[in-house]
Design a protein around this ligand. Structure first.
Ligand SMILES: C[S@@+](CC[C@H](N)C(=O)[O-])C[C@H]1O[C@@H](n2cnc3c(N)ncnc32)[C@H](O)[C@@H]1O
Length: 219
């Protein structure tokens, strides 16, 4: 029997899942579980940093049914598709990706999901896609780039509502391979503290090594 962990996020047999917006379709080979008229998509902790963060104790979940989310680094849509399940038909997920190969797969996911909107663009240049969206409730970022801090700050300044949430998966190796991850994370969190009140810091091992997931509200 499914239990609701957060609005739109479920535990099915004790494991994380979302209610499928597109029953019968898999995005990344995930297991589908049917209960009566509802189909759940099991959410793989090893394939999604958001799932790993929830599993490891994220206590406030900013992404809710009806939320608008700017998703930076959507890749082929693995996590973005679960976000699309959570926000549902009344929400929107603006998926920014700059690499052509993952964008091809992302496009076929977006074709089936009316609330997922693909944006071929570089998250370092948010003014390029400024015309595609207004202010959002959540900026979610997973870009694995050296300038992850600057990318978030620019996008937050343009698109995040006051009181909206930033959610960022930080990869220390992409910022500086030579420094201890704990030092890289501390510096990153300090910089983010100017823009958002950091409310959660979750280290993602063993699902993703040298990654910290942070969430906080825009000041
Ligand atoms: C770690 S993957 C994202 C995985 C995805 N968030 C998920 O959980 O399904 C990082 C993605 O960010 C994209 N990316 C990196 N830098 C970017 C940029 N400046 N603008 C847009 N996309 C970027 C990469 O092409 C890659 O697909």
């Amino acid at each position: 029997m499914a239990e609701e962990k957060f609005p739109g996020v479920f535990l099915v047999g004790g494991r994380l899942a979302t209610k499928s917006l597109t029953p019968g379709f898999r995005v990344y080979g995930e297991k589908l579980v049917r209960e009566g008229d509802t189909e759940y998509r099991m959410w793989d902790l090893h394939r999604s940093k958001l799932a790993a963060a929830i599993h490891k104790g994220l206590s406030e979940m900013p992404i809710k049914p009806g939320s608008s989310v700017l998703y930076l680094g959507a890749s082929t849509g693995t996590t973005a598709s679960h976000v699309s399940d959570i926000v549902g038909a009344d929400g929107a997920v603006y998926c920014v990706e700059f690499a052509q190969r993952p964008m091809r797969d992302l496009l076929s996911v977006c074709e089936k999901r009316g609330n997922m909107l693909p944006i071929m663009g570089d998250a370092r240049q948010p003014q390029e896609y400024e015309g595609n969206l207004g202010k959002v409730d959540v900026v979610y970022q997973d870009v694995a780039q050296p300038d992850q801090d600057g990318i978030f700050l620019k996008n937050s300044a343009l698109f995040l509502k006051k009181g909206g949430w930033g959610m960022i998966a930080i990869k220390s190796q992409s910022i500086d391979v030579t420094r201890q991850p704990s030092k890289v994370f501390a510096e990153f969190v300090q910089k983010m503290g100017r823009e958002i009140e950091v409310r959660a810091q979750i280290e993602l091992s063993p699902y993703d090594l040298d990654h910290l997931f942070i969430a906080g509200r825009k000041k």
